[in-house]
Design a protein around this ligand. Structure first.
Ligand SMILES: NC(=O)c1ccc[n+]([C@@H]2O[C@H](COP(=O)([O-])OP(=O)(O)OC[C@H]3O[C@@H](n4cnc5c(N)ncnc54)[C@H](OP(=O)(O)O)[C@@H]3O)[C@@H](O)[C@H]2O)c1
Length: 277
């Protein structure tokens, strides 16, 4: 299989897991590096249509999991256009496409959201991910489009595991008390993506949007407090703020209805209070 973005947080964890599950993995990087030894690494700009088509034509993967996105979330070409090139290239070689989308396509004004929810993004990243969903649907109608929430791990490497101790140590910034997410563990999401990529698995046939999220919804500030406690820090020291009072445009409450995924996947999606306990 090809995993795009193996120098990224999800892509790297996913590629390592795929290798452990017996997949032969080709992983793409752009400016970064991949530390998973068994992955065949290809350096490519996925915005480049002919290079992307040539890569897939050479590798002829059974499946492509598109986990790459712009490092700068406002980079429209890397978020949206690159998904178009990947979808076209995957369709040309008949590969199963699993596209990683985001709850950022939603405004968070009318939770909970099931898979029929149409994108109503509030910022450029959400708009880019919404455009990416649309191009995937058009070019590869059999593809799975996974709407993922905030991705968190337990090895200290995910964004909020790094940010929380830094904030407590006095770095400027704060975590919002009025913006809510249903975080997923990076390993649970990786496992779900692999099921969706597997021919013969129930999930391997799924076409269209699928919500893959944890069952518990918490604010960013509550997430920071859970992480602080787990890291042996004082949760009371996590600085808080209200997005509504600052000039910050982010979705308010993107809780996702995961009943479809729960019926389709064999992996149990753990709640954030469970995996950060
Ligand atoms: N992180 C979250 O909480 C979260 C939440 C919901 C959904 N998602 C989605 O999950 C996926 C993974 O997110 P992440 O946070 O793990 O990503 P990330 O750590 O920011 O990594 C992004 C990856 O995309 C690659 N990339 C960027 N521009 C590229 C280009 N032009 N051509 C080729 N590759 C390019 C990067 O390569 P280099 O590093 O080599 O430049 C990197 O490997 C994304 O689709 C994201 O939208 C993430």
């Amino acid at each position: 299989m090809i995993v795009t973005g193996v120098s990224g947080y999800l892509g790297g964890r996913l590629a390592a897991r795929a290798v452990r599950r017996g997949w032969s993995v080709v992983g793409t990087v752009h400016a970064g590096r991949c530390s998973v030894a068994a992955v065949q690494v290809e350096r490519i700009d996925l915005v480049d249509r002919s290079a992307t088509a040539a890569l897939l034509d050479r590798i002829r993967p059974d499946a492509v999991i598109h986990a790459a996105t712009g490092r700068d979330r406002g980079d429209w070409a890397a978020v949206a256009d690159a998904t178009g090139t990947v979808a076209v290239a995957a369709a040309a070689v008949g590969a199963r496409l699993v596209h990683v989308s985001s709850d950022a396509v939603l405004s968070g004004r009318q939770p909970p959201y099931d898979e029929s929810a149409l994108p109503d993004p509030v910022n450029r990243y959400g708009a880019g991910k919404a455009a990416a969903e649309t191009v995937v649907k058009a070019v590869a109608p059999g593809a799975a489009i996974v709407r993922a929430p905030l991705i968190v791990g337990t090895d200290g490497d995910s964004k909020y595991e790094r940010m929380t101790p830094a904030l407590i140590a006095g770095e400027p910034g704060a975590l919002f008390t009025d913006s809510y997410r249903s975080p997923i563990h990076v390993d649970d999401l990786s496992e779900a993506l692999l099921e969706l990529a597997t021919a013969g698995a129930a999930a391997g046939e799924h076409a269209g949007v699928l919500n893959v999220a944890g069952p518990e919804t918490i604010s960013f500030h509550q997430l920071g407090m859970l992480i602080a406690r787990r890291q042996g820090l004082d949760p009371a020291l996590v600085p808080s703020a209200r997005a509504g009072e600052l000039d910050v445009v982010i979705p308010r409450d993107t809780r996702l209805d995961t009943s479809l995924a729960t019926g389709l996947l064999t992996i149990r999606l753990r709640g954030v209070r469970e995996f950060l306990a």
